[in-house]
Design a protein around this ligand. Structure first.
Ligand SMILES: [Zn+2]
Length: 270
């Protein structure tokens, strides 16, 4: 049975699709929106039948995920029915930078969504060949279009490498799985709170995911308590990268302070 991604934050089904798709999912095609659209705005673009266009998913600059065509169905995205019958199609927002730039958050979410699509559809590896024979394809292979833009196009080898690394490592990515793992290990005690935080707050999601995937339980002798010490420790261990940002976050958010405190004192890196 074909399912949709648990990473979805917003759903608005488009009438522009062929139901069901006539081939098993074996490819992913990444597009750009040619604009900085939210997932809601992108969904609205695909609502009129006269538009004759759609995609399975959309990703906004702030990393939210929209669903417009169920994976079981073929989206009208790549000017190539044969490709779209096999592919899950993803539209990524441009953040306004040169060469149809996309934000780091949107790029990261694209990698997460691709990894999730591969896992659920039993695609063992993303093979980027630079042409339509691979299973990670671009709109420009099928039509005279700039899509997905030069910036995103340049990231396709990186996207394939990252997805393949994560498929092998079995990294946890879905908020519910991350929260469950941290709860089982005694790092968090209120999973309901953390389920909400990890879906609504990209920093909370990021920190929880890093801790879930990079650490094993370990009790330290000397407890670290101050925000400075905690941020330094997590930075040293590669769990956080932007110390300035995290000093501010831990001052402002008690829950994230608590999670960081627990990570420092209850875990060590794998
Ligand atoms: Zn396109």
């Amino acid at each position: 049975m074909m399912t949709n991604s648990p990473l979805v934050n917003f759903t608005l089904i488009s009438p522009n699709s062929t139901n069901p798709r006539n081939r098993k999912i074996s490819k992913i095609t990444i597009h750009h929106m040619a604009g900085n659209l939210t997932v809601e705005q992108c969904g609205n673009v695909f609502q009129p039948k006269s538009r004759q266009a759609s995609s399975n998913y959309g990703i906004s600059t702030d990393g939210r995920v929209g669903l417009y065509v169920n994976e079981a169905n073929r989206s009208w995205a790549s000017s190539c029915p044969a490709n779209d019958h096999m592919a899950v199609t993803i539209e990524v927002a441009n953040d306004g930078g040169a060469n149809w730039h996309v934000s780091d958050v949107a790029l990261e979410k694209t990698i997460e969504l691709c990894t999730d699509i591969c896992k659920r559809n039993d695609i063992k590896k993303l093979n980027f060949t630079g042409d339509k024979t691979g299973n990670l394809t671009m709109h420009r292979y099928f039509a005279a279009t700039a899509c997905p833009g030069d910036y995103l196009a340049s990231k396709f080898p990186y996207i394939a490498d990252e997805v393949n690394r994560r498929l092998l490592s079995n990294e946890l990515m879905v908020a519910g799985d991350i929260v469950q793992s941290l709860e089982k290990r005694g790092i968090i005690t209120n999973p309901a709170l953390w389920n909400i935080k990890c879906v609504s707050d990209i920093n909370a999601y990021w920190l929880a995911r890093k801790i879930a995937n990079m650490t094993v339980n370990h009790k330290r002798h000397h407890e670290l308590k101050t925000i400075n010490d905690i941020v330094w420790e997590l930075g040293f261990r590669g769990i956080l990268t932007d110390s300035k940002l995290w000093l501010k976050i831990l001052v402002a958010d008690k829950d994230l302070y608590w999670l960081s405190f627990k990570a420092c004192n209850l875990t060590q890196n794998k």
